[in-house]
Each structure stands twice: as C-alpha cells, then as structure tokens.
Design a protein around this ligand. Structure first.
Ligand SMILES: Nc1nc2c(ncn2[C@@H]2O[C@H](COP(=O)(O)OP(=O)(O)O)[C@@H](O)[C@H]2O)c(=O)[nH]1
Ligand SMILES: [Mg+2]
Length: 278
C-alpha cells in the first residue's frame, strides 16, 4: 500500500489532470479513500466506467450528484465505446480552469494537458485507455524501447491530450464489509480472498430486497425464500448443479450466480445507492 502510494505520488508530479476510473455499478465503493489526500490541488475527472452494466437511471442521479458537488464526472462504457469521446474535451476544460486560477506560468499552458488514469484493480483502466487512444495512438518518445522514464500516449481529437501509458493502480477499501461485498460481487477483488458462497448469499439478499424480479424470472421462482442458502440450493437445482447422489453443489451455484450477475445476464444494477450516503 505504501509502495503503491509512493508510485502514484511520483506519477502525479508529471501530470496536470488525473482521471479516476470507477465502476458505475459502485461509484462510491470503487473509489480509493486516500486519493483525495494524495491529489492535493490537482484537478480530477471521475469516469464512471462499465455504465453498460449499471442501472442507467441511477447513473444519471450519480452524475447529477457529483455535478452539484462541483466534481467533474462522465459515464462511459469502454467496451462499447460509449461516452468516451467526451473525455478529451473534459480534460482540456479542467486544464483551462487551472490556467485561469494559477496564471503564473503561461508557457506551461501552451502545451496539451498531461494526464494519468488511476483506479482500483479491474475497473477497466486498460480497456478505457485502449478505447480512448483507439487507432490514433502515438508514442511521443522517439525511441520508446531505449528511452527511460515516463512514456506518453498522444490522444488526438479536435483537441489533444497526453496520457501516461501505464495507469496508476489504487488499492480498494476493504475495511468496510458492505463495500467489500460490493467489490467482491462486481469482480474488483479476486475470488481467492472472499467466500464465494457468502458473497452470493449477500447478493441474493440485496437482489431480493431491491430487484426480486431479476432473480425470479431467470431462475423460474414463484417466491423467494427468506433463507438465502435455500435460495442458492434452488438456483443450483434449476441450473442442474448436481453432485453424485443428487446433492446440489452450492459452490457451483454461487460461482454461476456471480458470473451471471457480473456479465449483466440478470440485468443492469447499481449497488451503491445515493440515499445510503450519510
Ligand atoms: N461490460 C463492461 N466491461 C468492461 C468495461 N471496461 C472494462 N471491462 C471489463 O472489465 C475487466 C477488467 O478490465 P481491465 O481494463 O483489465 O481493468 P484494469 O485492471 O482496471 O486495467 C475486463 O474483463 C474488461 O473487459 C466496460 O465499460 N463495460
Ligand atoms: Mg490493467
């Protein structure tokens, strides 16, 4: 963690604007609580990625909330390429604002803004960078293999930006169990470090509370049992995860449920709700 922090701090010195990628399904839980402190006065653009998997109406309320807080934010889907075109103008706008407020080094602002993409693992940083640079990728160093130090990618649309080629990896906040559950079910943390059946049980509790139809229809349930272990057994039965002797394999059922949820097969969901915020 300390090393990750040092690395990010080193990279931050090189850039004008920071682009933080978060998961649109968990815009709050997928943020790194310490980033704000590390950032200092550096302008920040928040990108809600994987918007194709999130509840579109809730994404709009998050964007509106962030806008009213004065935090620039955009929603994108890096796999579908949706919304990504708005990123370069947004970075330039932030950079111009810094220029208006600092005014001290005019020469500095005659070049394109430099930025870095940061975020916790698996939010789609690499996918986002690939989508943003598309075919217009250009390494700005003449001899990248020999050049030491940072490598910049030039993104050219009507305006230009320069992007540090390696994203900054932030660590997720695992101390809060509710955030940890959301990070687990969205795939931000590896399955080795949480109990799959437990996470599936919590997901079923969440879905039963907020979107019961999303499980009733695909798993052909007429009602949802209060006992989530029993519900997992029913899902395993419907999907035919039987061990020899006809015993339902709950582990397989849990893995299956999490995969369907993550792939969007059960619908589009946002797990972080604004009214949960204190
Ligand atoms: N549905 C969807 N999946 C995405 C999106 N962006 C990234 N992914 C997927 O999320 C996973 C992690 O992406 P990756 O770029 O490797 O994340 P990184 O660890 O932050 O660099 C991959 O399986 C991507 O295909 C998106 O906008 N929508
Ligand atoms: Mg990556």
């Amino acid at each position: 963690m300390a090393k990750a922090k040092r690395l990010i701090q080193k990279d931050l010195r090189l850039v004008d604007v920071v682009v933080e990628i978060v998961d649109a399904r968990i815009p709050e839980s997928s943020r790194n609580p310490l980033l704000k402190k590390i950032l200092g006065l550096k302008p920040l653009l928040i990108v809600l990625n994987k918007a194709d998997l999130a509840d579109p109406a809730i994404t709009l309320t998050w964007l509106d909330f962030l806008f009213r807080k004065g935090t620039p934010a955009l929603a994108v889907s890096s796999v579908k390429g949706e919304g990504v075109k708005a990123v370069v103008p947004a970075v330039n706008e932030l950079y111009q604002k810094t220029k208006d407020t600092t005014k001290k080094n005019r020469r500095l602002f005659s070049r394109s803004p430099r930025c870095i993409v940061v975020g916790i693992p698996n939010v789609g940083k690499s996918q986002f960078i690939n989508c943003l640079i598309g075919k217009s990728v250009a390494r700005t160093g003449k001899r990248p293999a020999l050049t030491r130090g940072p490598q910049w990618l030039r993104v050219s649309q009507k305006q230009n930006i320069e992007l540090l080629d390696t994203p900054g990896v932030l660590w997720p906040k695992l101390d809060d169990p509710v955030s940890a559950f959301k990070l687990a079910v969205t795939g931000a943390i590896k399955e080795e470090i949480f109990d799959v059946e437990e996470a599936a049980g919590e997901l079923l509790t969440w879905l039963s509370q907020y979107r019961p139809q999303a499980i009733m229809q695909p798993y052909q349930l007429t009602e949802i049992p209060a006992d989530k272990q029993l519900l997992l057994v029913q899902i395993g039965k419907k999907r035919g995860f039987l061990d020899p002797g006809g015993i339902i394999n709950c582990h397989k059922a849990a893995v299956h449920l999490l995969r369907e949820f993550r792939e969007g097969a059960l619908g589009r969901f946002t797990l972080d709700l604004l009214n949960e915020k204190k």
